[in-house]
Design a protein around this ligand. Structure first.
Ligand code: ATP
Length: 236
């Protein structure tokens, strides 16, 4: 459903992504692992139209999106949960969820049913619905960022380092939430992670990005046993 074909992305003269090709099929979790500065965020930003690749194509559901602006990409049904979550701290939990639905012009009944679904999935958000998002814990903010993304009923959701800065027990909860979204909503997921073991454990397929180049790819259960991947990303 998403095909990234040989994209080259630059910041000024700096050539960051080099002939990167990645495919996401229906109902898959695809993980992208790589060290700091490998170009993972740049790849997400290229899909979202925040930065445009100089060459190559990005095809979503059969149509080219590499020249679209971010709001047009969002309208096509791709949602991005960026690194650092970026909830609106001075809005309440419920107002943040409302922002996620803003562009969709749902009927009131539809909006209420989606809200109920999010609160069913994340009961802690329901308990805190009148609380300012800025006062939530890191894990709760991550859940809110996910729920806000889901309020627009996306066709594909991308997570940029969702485990960053979270306590280990919360990290497990967050990865469980991603698996649940993928299974229950049959939603394809792109998961960008430095936590390679967790990413490989929950994804169907994985791409390894090194200095802007895809150096390995395949089913996650194969990569998790690859000597090169073990050595570089799984602590030997
Ligand atoms: P991290 O996990 O640390 O976020 P990453 O794999 O997401 O790393 P990117 O953020 O995509 O990597 O960065 C890839 C390269 O592009 C890095 O060398 C970075 O310094 C450079 N870069 C990122 N953003 C910009 C920018 N706005 N202007 C210039 N160079 C940038």
């Amino acid at each position: 459903m998403l095909q990234i074909k040989n994209i080259n992305t630059y910041y000024g003269k700096v050539h960051v992504l080099r002939d990167v090709s990645i495919e996401v099929r229906e109902q898959e979790i695809v993980s992208i692992i790589g060290a700091n500065g490998a170009g993972k965020s740049t790849l997400m930003r290229s899909v979202m139209g925040i930065i445009h690749p100089k060459s190559g194509d990005i095809i979503f559901e059969g149509g080219g999106i590499s020249r679209l602006k971010t709001d047009q990409v969002v309208k096509r049904g791709i949602v991005y949960v960026p690194e650092g979550r970026e909830v609106f701290p001075e809005l309440t939990v419920e107002e943040n969820l409302e922002m996620g639905a803003f562009s969709k012009r749902y009927s009131s009944a539809k909006y209420q049913s989606l809200l109920a679904e999010m609160y069913g999935m994340y009961p802690r958000l329901k308990d805190r619905r009148k609380q300012f998002a800025g006062s939530l814990s890191g894990g709760e903010q991550q859940m809110l960022a996910i729920a806000r993304g889901l309020m627009s009923e996306p066709k594909l959701i991308m997570f940029d380092e969702p485990s960053l800065g979270l306590a280990p027990v919360i990290v497990d909860e967050m990865f469980d939430a991603i698996v649940k979204i993928n299974r229950e909503k049959k939603l394809p997921v792109i998961l960008v992670e430095q936590n390679a073991f967790a990413a490989l454990s929950i994804s169907h397929r994985c791409y390894v990005l090194e200095n802007g180049v895809v150096t390995a790819q395949g089913p996650s259960r194969e990569l998790i046993n690859s000597p090169d991947v073990k050595k570089a990303y799984l602590g030997g």
